[in-house]
Design a protein around this ligand. Structure first.
Ligand code: ARG
Length: 275
């Protein structure tokens, strides 16, 4: 029996979203984004979370930061401890202080830390019950993995991404049950050694096909029961159902033009443990 746990999410409206530059292979500034459609898709995602019983808080978008809608990249919050981001590309650098300011102006966080090393937050950090999985190769620095391990006091498993289309860990791997160690991932995005590490730690993982990966099927958000993912990732629906999950397909196609989908738009704010 799967159970959903209520979550706290932080999202940033796509008021200034567009493809203004290209920092990943999906981004083509000549392919325009439809702003009204993007807003509609984003609001649908937000409302979907709320109707599943989750809390969605809003980070004010900043003009001139078209990728800020991808809130997952702004900070990593585990056990009420907040590690800010440091972006690899100058185009996104100013998003980091906007996130830190949000956490500093809200109560209840144990510590809010500005990081020393390049990390793109939940783009490259995924939390399971036993570990933090951490991507490197395109954005986050391996030095940031050590920094996160020290800051969160959780064992960090470094994984090497090798396919530029899957430049963030969350484009190739999603946590399905964070009270256990259940994940799904696309093996083709990882180096041979990292594939072996994943197979060793997660022998029962759901393995995604190239077809489901390329439509951002791994860029999913799970509450332990409901798995919100791009509706195009049809091949994942039955395997998820077979495992007792409820797939919730959404349309975020406008955001795919910038190389992001469900998870990228969603930062999870994980509370301090009770007591
Ligand atoms: N255009 C953004 C970038 O390249 C997309 C970020 C997607 N976010 C994510 N968590 N994968 O940085």
């Amino acid at each position: 029996m799967r159970t959903a746990t209520p979550r706290r999410y932080l999202m940033c409206p796509p008021a200034h979203f567009r493809v203004a530059y290209s920092i990943n292979p999906w981004m083509d500034p000549d392919k325009p984004v439809d702003p009204a459609l993007a807003l509609f898709q984003w609001e649908d995602l937000r409302d979907r979370y709320r109707s599943l019983g989750h809390t969605v808080e809003i980070l004010d978008p900043v003009a001139g930061l078209p990728d800020m809608v991808f809130a997952a990249n702004g900070a990593t919050v585990v056990d009420g401890r907040v590690l800010g981001a440091r972006f690899a590309n100058p185009e996104r650098a100013d998003e980091a202080p906007a996130h830190l300011a949000w956490f500093r102006s809200h109560d209840g966080f144990v510590e809010v830390r500005e990081p020393e090393h390049v990390n793109e937050a939940e783009g490259d950090f995924a939390v399971t019950s036993s570990w933090m999985l951490a991507g490197q190769g395109f954005r986050s620095s391996p030095l940031a993995h050590d920094e996160a391990q020290e800051f969160f006091g959780r064992p960090v498993i470094s994984l090497e991404l090798t396919d530029p289309r899957y430049y963030h860990l969350d484009t190739a791997l999603a946590v399905l049950d964070d009270a256990a160690d259940e994940i799904m991932y696309y093996p083709g995005a990882f180096s041979p050694g990292s594939r072996a590490v994943l197979a060793r730690l997660f022998p029962d993982a759901l393995l995604a096909t190239a077809e489901d990966a390329v439509v951002f099927g791994l860029n999913a958000v799970s509450d332990g029961l409901n798995v919100v993912l791009p509706r195009e990732a049809a091949g994942l629906f039955d395997p998820l159902k077979d495992r007792g999950y409820v797939p919730v397909g959404v349309d975020l196609a406008e955001f795919h033009k910038a190389g992001g989908s469900v998870k990228c738009c969603t930062m999870e704010v994980r509370p301090a443990p009770p007591g």
